[in-house]
Write a new protein. Structure first.
Length: 348
């Protein structure tokens, strides 16, 4: 799912750094350029497709996509004098909430978005009026079926004795790690307000801790672990390599984590950002992002999930409504403390 979530960022750090110094220079060459933050690697392809569509419809418009980590972008936005060097960016729920609080995201202009009415209302409400819910990714259970013959069916199954010591978990610096902690708490009577039970249950797993979801995926591929809470996208990418990796949407529901796309405050082209956000909500974009190899969940009604994506994404409205969510407003304020506690509890 998203800028903070895709773990290949280190592979493109040099390219991203080079791109990030150019927005001011490029703006001097044309007043019709949008500089839009995107995901790294192949995950940027749906954004490039949408950019091509908008360039064809708006004479003289150039859309430049910059793959980058959100923290790099935020630092530059805060350091900029006057207008932001970027016009729009995607964020998962936690950094989106921070952007709303810190004031560098632009309020959404609902009247300009003709596709807004098709968005699932519960997902739209989570935007708090800033940007649009672009896609979602799922945290479910990935397992290596050469090591596990009876797959889990519920979150509680992770605590079966036969899995003890064979489970991997991600560090809480990632949204995956935070979601895993919340799952552990909520599966045993806790909540986002009562995470201590989650810490106790995670320790009972005797897990192998990984610093990122990418490393967690590698541990699963190398059979250093047999099972792990993992993103549907990471699992799908591993399975597409021909590896014996499978994905489960466990009871009472996989965890959906939204990715929002929002304009940045003081953009020079608010009307073009409206067109971009409306394009993100278009059925054509949503269907493209839902397809292989991206497997992003659609946030608008009436979009068919392709067959290849059905093992990784709900394919019916009822399936979408069954997804679980996390109250990130309770998690985000304590994120630093949770990372510190994870590092004290599990050596990474």
């Amino acid at each position: 799912m998203r800028v903070t979530r895709r773990r290949s960022l280190g592979l493109i750090a040099g390219t991203a750094a080079a791109n990030l110094v150019a927005p001011g220079q490029a703006r001097a060459q044309t007043a019709r350029e949008l500089v839009i933050i995107t995901y790294p690697g192949k995950l940027s392809e749906p954004h490039r497709w949408l950019a091509d569509q908008l360039e064809a419809r708006h004479a003289g418009l150039k859309i430049r996509l910059v793959p980058s980590d959100s923290q790099d972008v935020v630092a530059q936005i805060k350091a900029a004098q006057g207008f932001s060097p970027f016009d729009a960016m995607p964020n998962d729920e936690p950094p989106h909430l921070i952007g709303v609080q810190e004031g560098y995201l632009e309020k959404r202009r609902d009247a300009a978005l003709k596709n807004l009415g098709a968005v699932y209302p519960d997902l739209l409400a989570k935007s708090q009026g800033f940007g649009v819910p672009a896609t979602y990714s799922l945290v479910g259970i990935a397992y290596n079926n050469s090591m596990i013959k009876t797959p889990p069916t519920s979150w509680a199954d992770l605590w079966k004795p036969e899995y003890k010591g064979k489970i991997g978990i991600a560090r809480t610096s990632s949204n995956l790690g935070l979601a895993t902690l919340a799952i552990a708490a909520k599966s045993f009577g806790g909540s986002e307000d009562a995470l201590d039970v989650g810490w106790d249950r995670l320790k009972a797993l005797e897990p192998k801790a990984a610093r990122s979801p990418a490393i967690l995926t590698q541990l699963l591929e190398r059979e250093e672990i047999a099972i792990a809470p993992l993103w549907n996208n990471n699992t799908a990418a591993a399975a597409e390599k021909g590896l014996p990796i499978r994905f489960v949407m466990p009871r009472p529901g996989a965890i959906a984590i939204l990715s929002f796309f929002a304009g940045l405050a003081k953009t020079r082209h608010p009307e073009l950002i409206d067109a971009w956000l409306d394009g993100i909500l278009s059925p054509a974009y949503q269907a493209r992002a839902a397809a292989a190899p991206y497997f992003f969940g659609p946030t608008v009604r009436g979009v068919s999930v392709p067959d290849a994506a059905k093992p990784y994404t709900p394919s019916t409205p009822d399936g979408v409504l069954a997804l679980q969510t996390i109250d990130w407003t309770k998690i985000v304020p304590q994120r630093g403390q949770l990372v510190d506690r994870f590092d004290r509890t599990f050596a990474t």
